[in-house]
Design a protein around this ligand. Structure first.
Ligand SMILES: [Zn+2]
Ligand SMILES: [Zn+2]
Length: 298
């Protein structure tokens, strides 16, 4: 598998000189299989540049973590949408406020965009999944996992040719046991499957990340910032590092950069997080901030 970052920023696009190194486009990752088939994860503003780099009609899976702006806002500007013969299978979590298809169609309402989704020549298929469900996309085994975020959100674990790539963003660590037990009680009352309930436990999250050759993880906040951002649905650099260590990941890309962080601040926060972790005697993990345009071969 090859992984390329087209958008690494969280929340909103942040062009400008202070974000040149790690990038200003919102979430979008390209995954290529050994057969060169295409899987795209999230369609933040980064997907526009990816679209410009693709030739002719495109057939691909588009895995959507959730429908917050920074994960779908680039979609109306994705060039292959306007090329006849293109086909996208769009996958996302079931159980959000509105269907995945409606969320995509509504952002192309004529109030916001000159063409409706139905007017685009691309063939779109929308598939909503439940947490823990596995399916195959372009010969890759994909397993979903619910993230701790204000709306229904998935992470995706991709496995092919003995390699594993885990995309885990818009995830806040569970710090309030009462909040977690309330959610479990709610799931039980709704009669959700046991596997979906078990998947909520923090240890299950680590198991889902286990052995990743590359873990792309939410790291929006510094240690200090995180203290005042409870409930915003994001992680700190130290939490991303903790997950990577516990799950014995080989590489960790800090992702979903906070729009207020300039490149040099991101670097300082990575150093702060790695420094605090140095005494833990875990070795062999390569940790770095995800950079727009960066490509990693697994
Ligand atoms: Zn986000
Ligand atoms: Zn979000």
């Amino acid at each position: 598998m090859r992984v390329k970052f087209w958008g690494t920023r969280g929340t909103r696009p942040t062009p400008g000189r202070s974000t040149l190194r790690y990038g200003g486009n919102t979430a979008c990752v390209e995954v290529r299989t050994t057969a060169d088939d295409l899987i795209i994860i999230d369609s933040g503003s980064g997907i526009c540049e990816l679209g410009n780099a693709l030739q002719g009609p495109v057939r691909a899976h588009l895995l959507i973590s959730h429908t917050h702006w920074d994960h779908i806002q680039g979609f109306p500007f994705f060039g292959p949408n306007f090329v006849r013969g293109s086909k996208l299978t769009v996958v996302g979590p079931k159980g959000s406020m509105k269907s995945l298809q409606s969320a995509f169609a509504d952002q192309m309402d004529p109030v916001y965009f000159p063409l409706t989704m139905d007017q685009m020549p691309i063939d779109l298929e929308f598939r909503e999944m439940v947490s823990g469900e596995s399916f195959e996309a372009a010969g890759v085994k994909v397993t979903t996992h619910t993230m701790h975020h204000p709306i229904a959100t998935f992470g995706y674990r991709l496995e092919a040719d003995g390699r594993t790539f885990v995309y885990a963003t818009d995830q806040e660590p569970w710090s309030d046991p009462d909040e977690l037990s309330d959610l479990v009680a709610g799931y039980q009352a709704e009669g959700r499957p046991a596997a979906e309930i078990e998947a909520l436990w923090p240890q299950q999250y680590i198991e889902w990340c286990r052995g990743a050759d590359l873990l792309v993880h939410d790291a929006q906040y510094s240690h200090e910032e995180f203290k005042t951002r409870a409930g915003w649905g994001h992680s700190s650099f130290d939490y991303a590092l903790l997950v990577a260590r516990q799950a014995a990941a080989r590489q960790l890309a800090f992702f979903h950069h906070e729009p207020m962080h300039a490149d040099h601040q991101i670097e300082a926060m990575v150093e702060e997080a790695l420094g605090a972790d140095a005494h833990r005697k875990h070795r062999g993990l390569l940790a770095f901030p995800a950079a727009e345009g960066q490509e990693i071969v697994l």
